[in-house]
Design a protein around this ligand. Structure first.
Ligand code: NAD
Ligand code: UDP
Length: 319
């Protein structure tokens, strides 16, 4: 049997990270989950804590750390606009120093490293759908910049370590993803609308709801992240768009969730935050071609699973 692969997941106690930890353990690997628990929680990984192939390290990736691993998934960074704007200086430090620290580990121990980059690289895009070759339309000094520019510098660092130090990199540009293990107070649109609808509170639409997003269910994302990491062609670095290309307006989403939850909630229109992208939809031709991957889970099916998750969570909290 091959040697067990030792995998570091930074941000492993968060929404995406917790699913990735669980899947990689199911696949027979040894997983080190590193997290400072800013937006993640131990509840997300509670079922893994006693597993002999799982280790949790409470650590902030803005400080260096020495670890011997074969692969690294670098997910550490708050992803919700509300959360990443709470302490913008910390957010940009997390992206930039975090990238420097994981790339330093990768360089020293010859680990392969995947960066959880983002569709925010494209900012408020002027090209639709967004292809990997588009350089984006990002405000460098706005309220979203700590996240967008941090992630852009992280991509630069990944490519410079690759060119200068031969580090094996995979850069995944993730588009809006949703599912169980999102925090109730996370602030992103799917978790907000579902919890508001289940509690019969008004659904808060920012702006007039005509802005669009394309929503990928977590299971589809986990499949493709692992597939991408496992590619052996070292020149296949990405950037690679990952997401579901079906596009919806935020108003569509609100109405769908109200209907699916049989909620009495009204819709409440609130001020649109600055620099909120008006449209977003990935071109996933490259992922289709190179990985033979496309998302399988439709929005209705993914929302059903996510609504069940939040229904259970709210029931536990209210008891
Ligand atoms: P999340 O907020 O649930 O998870 C982020 C995790 O990183 C949390 O567990 C948090 O505690 C941890 N973290 C934050 N700062 C840290 C630090 N300084 N040191 C150590 N740990 C730290 O968000 P998520 O949706 O799971 O996102 C995971 C990654 O994927 C992020 O890098 C995000 O930018 C990227 N991404 C997510 C989406 C999406 O739609 N979910 C889209 C694009 C990119
Ligand atoms: N949004 C909204 N109501 C909410 C939360 C978000 O209308 O309660 C909007 C937000 O303005 C954006 C879209 O939904 O246009 C997606 O927001 P989210 O924070 O989930 O992610 P983003 O894609 O903006 O990073």
């Amino acid at each position: 049997m091959n040697k067990q692969t030792k995998i570091l997941i930074t941000g492993g106690a968060g929404f995406i990270g917790s699913h990735l930890c669980a899947q990689l353990i199911r696949d027979g690997h040894y997983v080190i989950c590193l997290d400072n628990l800013f937006t993640g929680s131990k509840t997300n990984i509670a079922h893994l804590l006693n597993n002999p192939n799982f280790e949790f390290i409470r650590h902030d990736i803005t400080s260096p750390i020495l670890l011997e691993v074969d692969e690294i998934y670098n997910l550490a960074c708050p992803a919700s606009p509300i959360q990443y704007q709470l302490n913008p200086v910390k957010t940009i430090k997390t992206s930039i120093l975090g990238a420097i620290h994981v790339l330093g580990i990768a360089k020293r121990v010859h680990a392969k490293v995947l960066q959880a980059s983002t569709s925010e690289i494209y900012g408020d895009p002027l090209v639709h759908p967004q292809t990997e070759s588009y350089w984006g339309n990002v405000n460098p000094i706005g309220e979203r910049s700590c996240y967008d520019e941090g992630k852009r510098v992280a991509e630069t660092l990944f490519f410079d370590y690759h060119r200068q130090n031969n580090v094996e990199i995979k850069v995944a540009r993730i588009f809006n993803t949703y599912g169980p293990n999102m925090a109730k107070n996370d602030g992103r649109v799917v978790s907000n609308f579902i919890t508001q609808a289940l509690e019969d509170r008004p659904l808060t639409i920012y702006g007039d709801g005509s802005q669009t997003r394309s929503f990928c269910y977590i299971d589809d994302l986990i499949t493709v992240l692992i597939k991408f990491m496992n590619t052996t062609d070292k020149s296949f670095t990405g950037p690679l768009n990952i997401g579901n290309p079906k596009e919806f307006t935020i108003l569509d989403l609100a109405e769908k969730i109200i209907k699916m939850t049989n909620s009495k909630s009204p819709i409440k229109f609130e001020v649109l935050p600055s620099d909120d992208p008006k449209i977003r939809k990935p071109s996933i031709d490259l992922a289709r071609k190179r990985l033979n991957w496309s998302p399988k889970i439709e929005l209705t099916e993914g929302l059903e699973k996510t609504i069940s998750y939040f229904t259970r969570r709210l029931r536990i909290e209210n008891n």
